[in-house]
Design a protein around this ligand. Structure first.
Ligand code: UDX
Length: 442
């Protein structure tokens, strides 16, 4: 909405939320207190906040005055009851729709922005149809931006997708995007295709990561180098080289949830083989995470008891403070179960977040091991038997291995799960090194 406000000074945009605390945070001009960290966001906010982007608390009033309502509520995976662990929990979208039905006036275009299972617009149609005396049109306008590059992705998107059955409503929304997006990049479809395209895009991206991670393991076993394989394979234009970097498995709020959603839909329509196919993408991702911890235990002589590991990076990827579904969670829990002492460094993730994920929300609290959060990379490595790199933060690219190695216990190890550090410098300091997807056989 901030980016939209920036390019469309004629629009008056009101962002509302049921959480007063969140709205207060968005109104706070101090960047450190914004609810999310996103490069470039503060600059855009500085231009538009109070001009044509407002964060009021009167939800009903904002809906009443609006010509267009964007529903951007979260759709977590259901935890209980029918479809638990797979289906999307539509509680929030339903609540929001009921409120729109109750208070909207005149003619309103309701835009689905949340990632929703295909045919959710049916639910919206039924709820919105309950109100009387006003007219609704529903559009699906899923968002394809990635965290860490959100502002750039929004300013210069590969495509914008607008799905709907009312051409007038579709035209109104595309006209807004046309203020900064080339018309050739604005795709219009029916409602169901737009809803399904978003899930499909995330499923295909997740599948690429699972595919390359499966090949990385094969490279390690055979003496091949996954970077070379990636270059050779990715230069086929039909495949493309983007999004083929091996790692400790994908994380983030979308991939797991959306693939699960697709699996649930496939099962709903009795397409069991389709469900099994997509389930394997998730299974391979869990396996990619656990194999890292197993490899570490194996290299550290079969036990982590009385061993200290420096964990560099806890966010699910660089340039975000988001830890949702981060591979670091499963890997650190495994290491703790094996008795390790972890010194965790991440430039943006707080101790509270780490504590919540490793203790409060851990399925089965770690039976042994302990952890701390450390501010500096070098102090995290103090007395460590191994350094484990889990997130590709730029500051890990060029580490001072001479200083780090001098503080480590020997034999010392470096495990680079992202291929993002100057590992040859670490080897030059006498440290043993392991990197994902590199076989040792000659
Ligand atoms: C994703 C989609 O990219 C985006 O289009 C959608 O709107 C939301 O979901 P996001 O979750 O923010 O975005 O992160 P993304 O950059 O896609 O990374 C997802 C995970 O895959 C991260 O854990 C990342 O480290 C991993 N990844 C990504 C790899 O392991 N290798 C790669 O080559 C790319």
């Amino acid at each position: 909405m901030a980016v939209m406000a920036d390019y469309c000074p004629g629009l008056d945009i009101h962002v509302v939320d049921v959480s007063q605390h969140r709205i207060d945070a968005w109104n706070n001009i101090d960047s450190a207190s914004l609810p999310i960290y996103e490069p470039g966001l503060q600059e855009v906010l500085n231009r538009v906040r109070g001009r044509n982007l407002h964060f009021p608390t009167d939800v009903s009033g904002a809906i009443q005055r609006a010509d267009m309502v964007f529903l951007s509520v979260n759709t977590p995976t259901k935890r209980n009851g029918h479809g638990a662990g797979a289906a999307a929990d539509l509680t929030f979208i339903e609540k929001a729709a009921r409120q729109v039905a109750e208070v909207a006036r005149g003619s309103t275009i309701v835009v689905e922005r949340s990632t929703l299972p295909v045919r959710t617009a049916d639910v919206l149609r039924k709820i919105l149809g309950q109100g009387s005396g006003h007219h609704f049109e529903i559009l699906s306008n899923p968002e394809f931006m990635a965290e860490g590059t959100a502002i750039e992705d929004l300013q210069n998107p590969d495509r914008v997708l607008v799905g709907g059955f009312c051409s007038q409503a579709v035209a109104e929304l595309t006209a807004i995007y046309a203020n900064w997006v080339d018309p050739s990049r604005i795709i219009t479809t029916g409602l169901w295709s737009a809803e399904l395209a978003k899930l499909t895009a995330n499923a295909f991206l997740a599948q690429r990561i699972s595919s390359i991670n499966s090949i990385a393991a094969l490279c390690e076993a055979t003496g091949a180098d996954v970077d070379e394989v990636r270059r050779a394979v990715g230069s086929d234009r039909r495949i493309g080289c983007e999004f083929l970097r091996p790692g400790p498995g994908f994380g983030g709020s979308c991939f797991r949830k959306d693939v699960h959603n697709l699996i649930y839909l496939a099962e709903h329509y009795s397409l069991d083989q389709v469900a099994a196919y997509w389930r394997s993408v998730i299974d391979l991702n869990s396996w990619s995470q656990h194999r890292i911890s197993q490899m570490i235990v194996k290299n550290l002589f079969g036990t982590l008891r009385d061993k200290r590991l420096a964990v560099l990076g806890f966010a699910f990827k660089a340039d975000t403070n988001d830890t949702r579904e981060s591979p670091a969670i499963a890997i650190c829990r495994d290491l703790l179960h094996d008795g390790a002492t972890l010194s965790i460094h991440d430039p943006r993730v707080s101790f509270d977040d780490i504590q919540r994920l490793l203790v409060t929300e851990a399925e089965g609290r770690p039976t042994s091991g302990c952890f701390e959060r450390v501010d500096g990379v070098v102090s995290a490595c103090e007395g460590a038997d191994a350094v484990l790199i889990l997130t590709d933060w730029a500051q890990y690219r060029d580490l001072d291995w001479a200083t780090i190695a001098a503080r480590m216990r020997r034999p010392g190890w470096v495990f680079d799960t992202r291929r993002c550090t100057n590992l040859s410098d670490a080897a030059a300091q006498g440290l043993e090194t392991w990197q994902i997807g590199l076989g040792e056989l000659a």
